[in-house]
Ligand binder design. Structure first.
Ligand code: HEM
Length: 121
C-alpha cells in the first residue's frame, strides 16, 4: 500500500523546500528494506527479528517502520487485519503438532497437516 500526502503550504524540511500543492509519494519499500536499519539480513524472512519489539528490530529507528502508514491517514483496517491474520495463523497452526520434549530418535512428523492424530513415543 502506498502513502500519498499533499503539501498544504510551502514548508522547509531540513535542506529541502517543499512548495505548496506538491504531491508526495512516500514508499514503505525503501525504509523497510534498508540494511542500515534492519541489518545485512534485511532480505531474509525472519519474523523473529520482532521478538523483542520494533525498537530492537529497527535498531531504535521505530519511525522507519510504518506498514500501515502514519499520522491521521493511518490505515483504518489496521486492527481488523491484525486480528484477521492472528485468527488465520491460529487456524493453520491447529493443523500441526509440536511435540515437546521429543527424543532424538523419534521421527518428526510435525510438518504434516493433522499430525496431532499421530502418536509420538
Ligand atoms: C496487511 C494489510 C494492510 C496493509 C499493510 C495496509 C496498509 C495501508 C497503508 C500503508 C495505508 C496508507 C496510510 C497513510 O496514508 O498513512 C492504508 C490506508 C488505508 N487502508 Fe489499509 N492496509 C491493509 C489492510 C486494510 C484493510 C483490511 C482495510 C479495510 C478493511 C484497509 C483500509 C484502508 C483504508 C480505508 C485506508 C485509507 C485511510 C485514509 O486515507 O484515511 N486496509 N493502508
Amino acid at each position: 500500500m502506498d502513502i500519498y500526502r499533499k503539501v498544504e503550504r510551502e514548508v522547509r524540511l531540513g535542506t529541502l523546500t517543499l512548495p505548496a500543492n506538491l504531491l508526495l509519494y512516500i514508499t514503505t519499500l525503501a525504509p523497510h528494506h534498508d540494511p542500515k536499519i534492519w541489518g545485512e539480513d534485511v532480505h531474509l524472512f525472519k519474523p523473529e527479528r520482532f521478538l523483542e519489539g520494533i525498537a530492537k528490530a529497527t535498531n531504535n529507528n521505530i519511525a522507519t517502520f510504518f506498514p500501515f502508514g502514519i499520522g491521521p491517514g493511518t490505515c483504518v483496517g489496521l486492527n481488523f487485519v491484525t486480528t484477521e491474520v492472528k485468527i488465520a495463523l491460529s487456524m493453520i497452526l491447529q493443523c500441526y503438532a509440536f511435540p515437546f520434549p521429543q527424543p532424538m530418535s523419534t521421527h518428526n512428523f510435525s510438518f504434516l497437516p493433522f499430525a496431532h492424530n499421530m502418536e509420538f513415543k
